[in-house]
Design a protein around this ligand. Structure first.
Ligand SMILES: Cc1ncc(COP(=O)(O)O)c(C=O)c1O
Length: 397
């Protein structure tokens, strides 16, 4: 039994990051200044996007994307059920109706393109996709559904920061990509977000909506280039401040190395669970060939059917191992209970069997072995069904 505490997530900051945070304070300019401008340039450079717009958080990014695409009452937006609720709430907050979709299965937790197709109606105005855990959705299949119908795809890239799919950054496979820099994300500044797009008109609209629909950016007013402005559309205050932008710039500079470590840790977990009753999704089929491009964000496993997850979590906690769940499926929330249809039953079961294990670049190899070993030992004690192949959630099995 482990004596060391292994947290679910661990963030540590060093001198370079602390000094970066002090820079804007010394300059005496706290929001939408040189750091934000440099951050947007760096995001553009790293992703190859024509436009990058930094914002207050990932939910703000999704909300802005939805608003800039003109979503509102009478529209339907298709969204996976197995995601963080913000993916659905952002368009819904503008008055759009949400159509929640099933995941592929226990080997691939991403949205099922067939479920997207089945959810289309003559009111469908956008499709939100989520690259769950950092693994790309089947974008070719989803684009083949969306593009002939002229339906824009919003990519929720909260888990997939600077991650490629077939050589192109996620976030640039649809109309607009949304990032989150929340504290547990692959690069963080506590609360932060960004959007990328190649669509110049959309980018202009995002920038305008980010700052109250005003025609003149804050930095131009600071530099005395303009003393007045017009408001041409009702907007929001979704600006990000200089302090967080400065921290994020250091974090993003370190991201490629950290993503490499995340891939190594994923492979170590994969080896530890190979041939056991615990299934690690995204290890089969197209995902197995794409790991080199992927920036793994979380480590979700699917427990054997019949596992008492609550008891398991408690026993892991007693052994010093912290876990989480990603996610309670959205259709199980009161606010989305109208979506609780038979087509989402398997996704609901999948969500009840999901457990996210400790995963961050500073995790030691031995910690992975400890977590996997303890988990398997507890499951054996629980005498859960021995074979994952009994699972009704493996349509391809
Ligand atoms: C998939 C997904 N979408 C959206 C968000 C919202 O991002 P934020 O917390 O930065 O608002 C998050 C993260 O929290 C997320 O994991």
């Amino acid at each position: 039994m482990t004596t060391r505490r292994i947290p679910f997530f661990d963030a540590r900051f060093d001198r370079e990051e602390i000094e970066a945070v002090i820079r804007p304070l010394e300059r005496g300019w706290l929001t939408m200044g040189e750091e934000v401008q440099a951050l947007e340039e760096e995001i553009r450079g790293a992703t190859g996007a024509a436009h990058a717009v930094a914002v207050a958080n990932g939910t703000a990014a999704l909300h802005l994307a939805s608003a800039a695409l003109g979503l509102g009452p009478g529209d339907e937006v298709i969204c996976p059920s197995l995601t963080f609720v913000a993916s659905a709430s952002a368009p819904r907050a503008l008055g759009a109706d949400i159509r929640l979709c099933a995941s592929v299965g226990s080997h691939d937790l991403a949205v099922d393109p067939a479920a997207i197709e089945a959810s289309l109606s003559d009111r469908t105005r956008a499709i939100v996709v989520v690259h769950y855990a950092g693994f790309a959705c089947d974008m070719e299949a989803i684009r083949a559904i969306a593009e002939p119908r002229g339906i824009p795809i919003i990519e929720d890239c909260a888990h997939a920061l600077f991650t490629r799919h077939r050589g192109r950054m996620l976030g640039l496979h649809g109309r607009v990509g949304c990032f989150s820099f929340y504290s547990n994300k692959n690069a963080t500044c506590g609360e932060g977000g960004a959007l990328i797009t190649d669509d110049a008109e959309l980018a202009e609209s995002l920038r305008r909506l980010r700052s109250h629909g005003m025609t003149v950016p804050t930095l131009d007013r600071k530099r005395g280039r303009a003393s007045s402005y017009d408001v041409i559309v009702p907007g929001f205050n979704y600006r990000i401040d200089e302090i967080r932008a400065a921290l994020l710039r250091v974090q993003l500079g370190r991201l490629p190395k950290r993503l490499e470590r995340r891939r190594q840790l994923f492979q170590r977990y994969a080896a530890a669970f190979d041939g056991t009753a615990v299934q690690l999704p995204f290890t089969e089929g197209r995902h197995a060939d794409e790991l080199e491009e992927t920036g793994v964000h979380i480590l979700p496993v699917v427990l054997p059917a019949g596992t008492d997850r609550t008891a398991l979590v408690e026993q892991l906690k007693k052994r010093g191992i912290q876990t989480s769940v990603h996610y309670p499926a959205i259709h199980t929330f009161s606010a989305y209970s109208d979506q609780d249809t038979p087509s989402l039953r398997a996704t609901g079961e999948l969500s009840n069997r999901e457990l996210s294990l400790p995963f961050y670049p500073d995790l030691a190899d031995e910690d992975v072995d400890t977590v996997a070993g303890e988990l398997l030992a507890i499951l054996e004690q629980q005498a859960a069904p021995a074979s994952r192949d009994d699972s009704p959630l493996r349509p391809n099995a």
